[in-house]
Design a protein around this ligand. Structure first.
Ligand code: NDP
Ligand code: 2IT
Length: 444
């Protein structure tokens, strides 16, 4: 079978799932040569098996709002691959959630989790629920209703969810509480838990910190550092918040944030109380970054994305396909040197191609944002051992893991001219481990 035959078959089988097909194509085109060079993998038909989820659960989530109106949302859990460990991946509450977006996220999670060096399989879940304008009581009732079905599919050795867009510590608390009640047992079945009930220090910051540690490795390879660099960040949620803190720690300056409403430009840099304000904005369920512009008296650009601002480093940290060809052209023309994805698949394929052609160092989310799930893995380890590591211990382990991921990307992605194709490197390194585990397990 050729790569084109393979993609035609997958496309025919997954009609109406554009994000999933986008993710599959990006992975498979970079690993195809490695795959066909190993007759054991081809004989076991690993490629067709790895793009098929082991299981997808779709369920009704009925809930009652504060006025007594009954609503119904659709809940999902995609249990994609358990070859190297139990299913592991976040839950997303966002109106854009559908089977395609969760299959793309679950698929990416397989390779990301493999790269972390920890024993975690790939999964993802969520619901097409819009948190905008919801009260805390409504968030609780929805989270509980979601868990009333999902609980039966989870377990500390089966499937361990976490947060993602629209699901932060508060929602994890509501879901964990309902899980504990229904199962009548206290197990670390979620990660991103509160510090008093099994959570790991650094987990809230981990995705953003990890992305910056990864970008720092990319810069080091060029003999550079974050010191004095201007950085554009998108989003204003969990990942953007952690990334902004760590860029400051390393001597860089974050000058943008964005929301669905537009972006803000803060030439003085987002630091100190401004970073704390991000948490407030995120928790308000207000859906707009314009509040930042009003509070700190900076410029707001409605309906625009931050990639038109001249910066050295771009870190998209909001949502899939938020950075397109036109944005990539702006970044290249303005001299950006590094693009490191904090979100999952935020750049379109056309944008990535242009960035790579222009030798901008480009790191895909599955490598660069793996610090979140890696620290989830560390949370699971602490839960199993029934102890808690210090902030420094977790941070040190996170840094070691991000360096290991970077090393794997360089090992498999370095070209003869020295340019590192991080996409290729991440995909091959992530794939080889999972594919070999699938071979070992026979046809299951
Ligand atoms: P959050 O919900 O905390 O933040 C998402 C942010 O992006 C919100 O501020 C949201 O605004 C904003 N946003 C949504 N749509 C757009 C848009 N079209 N343009 C600009 N901003 C937008 O989620 P996270 O920070 O947890 O997740 C962000 C990304 O990082 C996602 O791709 C996620 O999959 C990925 N990720 C998250 C990890 C984690 O540990 N949390 C780990 C690895 C990856 P609003 O709320 O107003 O919609
Ligand atoms: O996309 C991701 O890696 C996450 N949302 C975190 C998953 C996790 O299980 O910590």
């Amino acid at each position: 079978m050729t790569f084109n035959d393979f993609m035609n078959k997958v496309t025919a089988k997954n009609q109406g799932e554009p994000e999933f097909l986008q993710a599959v194509k990006e992975v498979v085109e970079t690993i195809w040569d490695v795959y066909v060079a190993d007759p054991r993998l081809v004989k076991a038909n690993i490629m067709e098996r790895i793009v098929e989820p082991e299981r997808v659960v779709i369920f009704r989530v009925p809930w009652v709002d504060d006025k007594g109106n009954v609503h119904v949302n659709r809940g999902y859990r995609v249990q994609f691959n358990s070859a190297i460990g139990p299913y592991k991946g976040g839950c997303r509450f966002h109106p854009s959630v559908n089977l395609s977006s969760l299959k793309f996220l679950g698929f990416e999670q397989i390779f990301k989790n493999s790269l972390t060096t920890l024993p975690m399989g790939g999964g993802k879940g969520g619901a097409d629920f819009d948190a905008k304008g919801k009260t805390e009581q409504e968030m609780m009732r929805f989270s509980q209703a979601f868990m009333m079905e999902l609980f039966r599919h989870l377990g500390p050795n089966t499937d361990i969810p976490a947060g993602d867009i629209g699901v932060s510590g508060r929602e994890v608390g509501f879901m964990f509480g309902m899980y504990k009640k229904l199962k009548n047992e206290f197990t670390g079945v979620f990660t991103g838990k509160g510090q008093n009930w099994g959570g790991s220090l650094i987990r809230p910051e981990a995705t953003g910190f990890g992305t910056v540690y990864f970008a720092d490795q990319m810069l080091k390879l060029k003999g550079e550092s974050f010191e004095g660099k201007k950085v554009a960040v998108s989003g204003f949620g969990n990942v953007s918040w952690g990334a902004t803190q760590k860029v400051n720690d390393l001597g860089g300056k974050v000058v943008t944030l964005s929301g669905p409403d537009g972006y803000i430009y803060d030439p003085d840099g987002i630091k100190g109380e401004k970073i704390d304000y991000m948490v407030e904005m995120r928790a308000s369920n207000n859906d707009q970054v314009e509040d930042y512009a009003k509070k700190f008296n900076v410029e707001f650009f409605p309906g625009k994305r931050p990639w038109e601002v001249p910066v050295d480093i771009a870190m998209p940290c909001a949502i899939q396909n938020e950075l397109n060809l036109e944005d990539a052209k702006n970044l290249v023309n303005n001299g950006a040197k590094v693009l490191c994805e904090g979100a999952n698949m935020p750049c379109t394929p056309e944008a990535i191609q242009l960035l790579q052609e222009n030798k901008v160092l480009f790191a895909p989310g599955k490598a660069a944002n793996a610090g979140g799930v890696a620290t989830s893995g560390l949370e699971m380890t602490q839960n199993s051992m029934r102890l808690k590591w210090s902030r420094d211990e977790v941070d040190e382990k996170l840094q070691t893991i991000m360096i290991a991921i970077h090393d794997q990307c360089v090992e498999y992605g370095k070209k003869p001219d020295g340019y590192v194709d991080y996409i290729k490197g991440a995909n091959i390194a992530g794939f080889v481990k999972v594919a070999n585990a699938m071979l070992d397990h026979g046809v299951v």
